[in-house]
Design a protein around this ligand. Structure first.
Ligand SMILES: [Zn+2]
Length: 443
């Protein structure tokens, strides 16, 4: 008869989420019908797949092409009204957003006028020296129909346009993304709660953008640029307005002390919005070393946090060059960074590797709706038979298909923090155990 052994499973203390942005992709003939992740030489990511449980993950519904901000909002376990990327980048840039203000993404472009229509001739044209700052100053403040506009530079030709004076966020984007296409007219959204206000906001925003165009066209700097054969910087385009709403903090919702180690304004802003500690890092031209440094940073502070989000934009950025080989090389570089920490992972840590969405490195789509692979390694995690970390192999893994709100519940479960449904150790029904319980005192 078998002797009954006591369980020896160590209880993990933290989860590290290694988020490879835009990781998922499609199969391409130039890669012998493989995806860039399948085609890449990734011995270390494959080793993680072999050590753990694998599956596919979509932050919303299959087929839906998600931007990183919505995907991350869902990964972190939020399904309330999304505050908008404009708001998150404004927060990430350290701006203060007053109640009622509407920040939106904005950047400078080169426009061409044909038959009374504005076309995008060049997105973010090259600039020299202080040109970007000088152009920003030229369009920094405006008012129309009681709605105010202010432009705050965040990085070279990128910035935030904040609408004040009771504006509505329910207007269309003017940014058409694709060079050669006409800019998009600013219109009120049909779904807006206050159609009159949305219509007034759309008129005022259009008036601001026309004023930007006229002001910049006659700017002396553009005369100088013309002389040297450079594209004029003569327009501003806008997209994704946001509003400041309040959600409960990540710590309140999931009972975990959390940090984000990331390099982009949106991630810094989302971390700030959710009350996470934000460790700002910069990208160099060696993504593997950058990733290694981020993982080291997380491991050094591992006792301060129970959930650490480590982010790299590299696969997404490589996919946007629309060359599958670029993405393959970017993934191989990241694999080297992962390889340097595999041996120092201990039983206290659950490591999750996944992406936020798929970014096709060919074709017209910005992002696409396929799920991404996910691998989980750590104490107690079911070990399956998957031996390669990619979009196809992971589909046969023990995790199956994770979607939408599943992720943070799985994290609590992997960390042995999942509450048995029905137990109430504090007045609010939280998914984590133990909750913030009050000791039973006799006085
Ligand atoms: Zn992208």
């Amino acid at each position: 008869m078998k002797r009954k052994l006591k369980g020896t499973k160590p209880v993990p203390k933290r989860c590290i989420l290694l988020l490879l942005d835009g990781l998922g992709d499609r199969s391409y003939k130039v890669l012998e019908n493989k995806t860039p992740l399948q085609a890449a030489h990734t011995p270390h990511l494959d080793l993680l797949a072999q050590k753990g449980a694998n599956g596919l993950f979509h932050c919303n519904q299959y087929g839906l092409a998600l931007p990183s901000e919505n995907a991350h909002f869902a990964i972190f376990g939020y399904d309330e009204e999304f505050p908008g990327r404009g708001l998150l980048e404004a927060l990430g840039a350290g701006m203060t957003v007053a109640p009622g203000e509407i920040p939106m993404l904005a950047h400078f472009v080169s426009l061409e006028e044909r038959e009374k229509t504005l076309f995008l001739a060049k997105d973010r044209p090259e600039t020299e020296g202080e040109e970007a700052v000088i152009f920003t100053r030229a369009v920094v403040s405006y008012e129309s129909e009681g709605i105010t506009f202010s432009y705050t530079q965040t990085k070279r030709l990128d910035g935030i346009v904040t609408m004040g004076g009771g504006a509505s966020p329910a207007v269309t984007d003017s940014d058409c993304f694709v060079e050669g296409e006409p800019l998009i007219d600013v219109l009120p959204l049909k779904a807006s709660e206050d159609r009159d206000l949305a219509a007034r906001t759309a008129r005022a925003l259009k008036s601001y953008l026309v004023w930007c165009y006229e002001t910049l066209c006659s700017h002396p700097l553009n005369a100088a640029r013309k002389q040297r054969g450079a594209f004029p910087v003569n327009g501003v385009v806008t997209q994704r307005p946001g509003v400041m709403n309040h959600v409960e903090s990540f710590a309140d919702r999931w009972g975990l002390r959390a940090a984000s180690v990331s390099s982009g304004l949106m991630y810094w802003g989302l971390g700030r919005f959710l009350g996470m500690d934000v460790h700002k890092v910069k990208d160099s031209d060696d993504p593997g070393e950058d990733l290694f440094a981020r993982l080291q940073m997380a491991l050094h502070q591992k006792d301060d946090y129970e959930f650490i989000h480590i982010h790299t934009k590299t696969p997404d950025a490589a996919a946007h060059t629309k060359d599958p080989f670029n993405k393959m090389k970017a993934i191989e570089s990241l694999d080297k960074g992962v390889g340097k920490i595999i041996d120092i992972l201990d039983d206290d840590t659950i490591l999750v590797v996944t992406g936020d969405h798929s970014t096709p490195s060919s074709g017209p789509l910005v992002h696409s709706g396929e799920p991404v692979p996910i691998a989980v390694v750590g104490s107690g995690v079911r070990v399956d038979r998957v031996s390669s970390f990619d979009e196809v192999s992971c589909a046969g893994g023990a995790l199956g298909q994770l979607r939408h709100g599943d992720f943070m519940y799985c994290v609590l479960n992997w960390l042995d923090r999942a509450k048995l449904q029905g137990l109430m150790d504090c007045p609010e029904d939280r998914p984590y155990w133990p909750g913030r319980r009050k000791p039973f005192r006799l006085d």
